[in-house]
Design a protein around this ligand. Structure first.
Ligand SMILES: NC(=O)c1ccc[n+]([C@@H]2O[C@H](COP(=O)([O-])OP(=O)(O)OC[C@H]3O[C@@H](n4cnc5c(N)ncnc54)[C@H](O)[C@@H]3O)[C@@H](O)[C@H]2O)c1
Length: 364
């Protein structure tokens, strides 16, 4: 898989204790990588990182990416073959409460990672994770392309747009002149999947409420989003890393990874789908509506033609499969499955089977 490129390689994940970082750690361990992590906290209780006892399998370093020197020392000591940069303050609502912290982590933390990487002397491929929210949302119906304008009214979006601008300028100022480094930025939207317990995200909020027997409070049931399972962007990030390592031509590119256009469903449809799998008979109903107080952008779709053309990447799961994967993970956890590591690996294998059936080239 992924041309065996990750086998016995040192792979550093910033944000390894988070939702995406934990899934990526499990997948990379399965691919035979030697996985290192940098994070400054475990972002939730419970957390997938703890549930899967990943501290035993990942060489974890507790570092704040806003602290340039300890970050650089650590990266130089590891000398990674790959860096997947995921560490961020990822919640839009929290960016209003802590604008400075969001900007310093998401934009300047990204600068610190690139600054540390550019003085590495070994070969290293950098996959810089930002967000679909880096695009200026002009509320149009078309999918946003990698060349569309960056920007954001809210602080989180602005911090991700700023990160993208710094990635672009670091590439042109430094990285492209360094024969040992290659870099790409990758942009995905809302992801769901088992093991996310972040505050102020729809599915974790549901699961938290329902396991307490409470109705979940949602802001806007009619609002539509392009939902995708966490494994979809992760397969995109991994295939990007593979192309950076294997192809002489690919460097300094940006790629979108989103669901296909027919995967856009409302919050209500997501709740209905999860509820069906969650077997909610003994709990209270879910809808109580609270109006939002901060600016929340409308639908933003990504055009993934570039990833499809250059990386042969396509999404694997349809909406119903995405919901089944997600709900069943939480169901197993809350119903006493003591080996969630095994269950997570099983879902990764199922996802790979789906990709194989679709003939996606990264499975080889
Ligand atoms: N989850 C989504 O729906 C989604 C959508 C688009 C983009 N993203 C992006 O993907 C990445 C991962 O998101 P996630 O959902 O796994 O988030 P998460 O909150 O679960 O994890 C964030 C990780 O970053 C680390 N971190 C935060 N601030 C740090 C700091 N100052 N120094 C060091 N580590 C720090 C945390 O410890 C944690 O490991 C982020 O860049 C996020 O913006 C996520």
């Amino acid at each position: 898989m992924f041309g065996n490129i990750y086998k016995e390689k040192k792979v550093l994940i910033t944000g390894n204790t988070g939702f995406k970082g934990s899934w990526l750690s499990v997948w990379l361990i399965e691919l035979g990588a030697d996985v290192y992590g940098i994070s400054n906290s475990i972002p939730s209780v419970p957390a997938m990182f703890d549930v899967l006892t990943l501290s035993k399998k990942v060489k974890h370093h507790n570092i704040d990416i806003r602290e340039a020197k300890p970050l650089r020392d650590c990266i130089h000591q590891i000398r990674p073959d790959f860096i997947f940069h995921l560490a961020a303050q990822p919640i839009v609502a929290n960016s209003y409460a802590d604008p400075h912290g969001t900007i310093s982590t998401n934009a300047l933390g990204t600068v610190n990672v690139m600054d540390a990487a550019r003085t590495l002397t070994n070969k290293c491929n950098l996959v810089m994770i930002t967000s679909d929210k880096c695009y200026e949302n002009v509320e149009w119906l078309y999918g946003y392309r990698e060349i569309d304008r960056l920007g954001g009214k809210d602080i989180y979006s602005a911090s991700k747009a700023a990160a993208e601008i710094f990635i672009y300028s670091y590439y042109h100022s430094f990285i492209k002149h360094l024969p040992n480094l290659r870099m790409a930025s990758v942009r995905a939207g809302n992801v769901i999947g088992g093991g996310d317990w972040a505050e102020k995200r729809l599915v974790p909020d549901c699961i938290r409420s329902w396991t307490n027997g409470d109705p979940v409070i949602i802001r806007n049931p009619a609002s539509t989003r392009p939902w995708q399972h966490v494994l979809e962007p992760l397969s995109g990030y991994l295939v990007t890393g593979q192309h950076l390592a294997e192809s002489d031509k690919m460097n300094g590119e940006a790629f979108n990874f989103g669901p296909s256009a027919d995967q856009i469903f409302s919050v209500k449809e997501v709740l209905d789908a999860i509820k069906k799998h969650w077997n909610l008979s003994s709990t209270k109903d879910w809808v109580t509506v609270e109006s939002g107080t901060f600016h929340e952008a409308g639908l933003l779709k990504l055009s993934c033609e570039k990833a499809n053309t250059y990386l042969k990447w396509l999404p694997v799961l349809n909406f119903s499969e995405t919901m089944t994967f997600t709900a069943s993970w939480y169901w197993e956890y809350y119903n006493g499955n003591t080996d969630m590591q095994e269950f997570t690996k099983k879902q990764i294998l199922e996802y790979i089977s789906g990709a194989t059936l679709k003939g996606l080239s990264w499975v080889v």
